[in-house]
Design a binder for this molecule. Structure first.
Ligand code: PMP
Length: 392
């Protein structure tokens, strides 16, 4: 087999990425996911994890996972439709349905599996998908797999959506949006979208990956917070962010659940979530339900850091979302600031295209409930010091 020409091609592509300041590399974390981590051999405060409630290293979640391993072993070793459907999958589904106040839920292996499974299961050739331009990559890929006509609408533009719906003669219509936008930390106009749904009739999917365990005083997400549970057909969310575990769920009604079990290829053709992760997700939901103080602490930390940073970044959204985009623009400058922050003990990963649109490279700062007030004060002063030299 001759592979040299391919290797040359890959090397050229990598050189091109480097020239454009778009080359990515892996950083290494050598500790548990606490507010302070060991990164590439150095102790730093982490401010770019989705571990919003600090549950990823919770002793309760760890014990739940270890107990599940003792009883059920490590792997499920088949998809749920063959021989991989275990007690803990169904227990988790019941707990999430209760938490999300929906009729039922279906567990997927990850948010990426969920979005690339449910969207093509629901929309096909001849159908229309309306998708926000800032939706997560897993939604974009789900739309591509579907072969439906996909119209990407300008961010949160409900007038644009209405104009399309007025003209659409498609067999089925689906609107899919992030509830909380993962790179900008703003909230989708769900009430307006539901008003359009009542007028024009389409299926609605809301991705609550960053809203679950975060939004509302009980962390049930943005759909529940806005009292729209009955109007949203499918709520998708993940266990790998605020809930500190791994995997995802789709909360819906019994008919759609049964349909997805029969049609969602990422569920049908992939080994199911290991039982230990189901057990830790169950424990995380229990903790969120029994300890409202945890979410309160997250919201307090969010308010504190946003207030501190608003004079430098006036466009920081005024909401409970722990995602704070510090927009720089140019790729090279973004990564230079990222490295300077690291030297000063802060890890805020720089994000560049294709994760964010061209010209909006940024540091995506995320806050955790477990950051201390002292840490957040230190974070503010380091950011102020470093950004003053770069921004002025
Ligand atoms: N949707 C959104 C909005 C996300 O931010 C992410 C993860 N970054 C996903 C889906 C994918 O979830 P997972 O990491 O569980 O695959």
């Amino acid at each position: 087999m001759r592979i040299t020409p391919y290797l040359n091609y890959f090397s050229e592509e990598l050189k091109k990425l480097k020239r454009l300041n778009l080359e990515r590399r892996l950083r290494l974390i050598e500790s548990a996911q606490n507010p302070e981590i060991i990164l590439d051999g150095r102790k730093v405060i982490i401010l770019c994890s989705n571990n919003y409630l600090g549950l990823a290293n919770s002793r309760y979640l760890k014990k739940a996972a270890i107990d599940a391993i003792k009883t059920f072993g490590i792997g499920s070793c088949a998809s749920r439709l063959i021989s991989g459907n275990m007690t803990l999958h169904e227990e988790l589904e019941e707990r999430v349905a209760n938490f999300k106040r929906k009729q039922c839920t279906l567990i997927f292996n990850s948010g990426y599996h969920a979005n690339t499974g449910i969207i093509p299961a629901i929309a096909n050739e001849g159908d229309l998908i309306l998708s926000d331009e800032l939706n997560h990559a897993s939604i974009i890929d789900g739309c591509r797999l579907s072969r439906a006509e996909t119209i990407v609408y300008p961010h949160k533009d409900v007038n644009f959506i209405e104009n399309i719906l007025k003209k659409s003669r498609h067999k089925k219509r689906l609107l899919v949006t992030d509830g909380i936008f993962s790179m900008d930390g703003d909230i989708a106009p769900l009430s307006e979208i539901v008003q359009l749904k009542n007028k024009y009739d389409f299926l609605l999917i809301v991705d609550e990956a960053h809203a679950t365990g975060v939004i509302g005083k009980d962390g049930r997400g943005v759909v529940d917070y806005l009292n729209l549970n009955d109007s949203v057909d499918i709520i998708m969310g993940t266990f790998g962010k605020a809930l500190g575990s791994y995997g995802a769920y789709v909360a819906t009604n019994r008919v759609i659940k049964k349909y997805l079990i029969n049609k969602a290829r990422s569920l049908i053709f992939s080994t199911s979530l290991p039982p230990s992760l189901c057990a830790s997700a169950i424990k995380a939901i229990e903790i969120v339900e029994k300890n409202p103080g945890l979410i309160k602490k997250l919201h307090k930390n969010v308010a504190l850091i946003k207030n501190n940073l608003r004079s430098l970044f006036p466009r920081i959204p005024d909401n409970e979302v722990p995602i704070i985009p510090l927009i720089i623009g140019e790729e090279e400058k973004t990564m230079k600031i990222c490295e300077r922050l690291l030297k000063n003990g802060l890890f805020i990963q720089g994000l560049r295209p294709p994760s964010v649109p061209q010209g909006t490279s940024r540091l995506r700062l995320t806050v955790m409930a477990t950051h201390t007030e002292g840490q957040l004060k230190m974070v503010t002063s380091v950011i102020e010091k470093i950004f003053e030299t770069y921004i002025s």
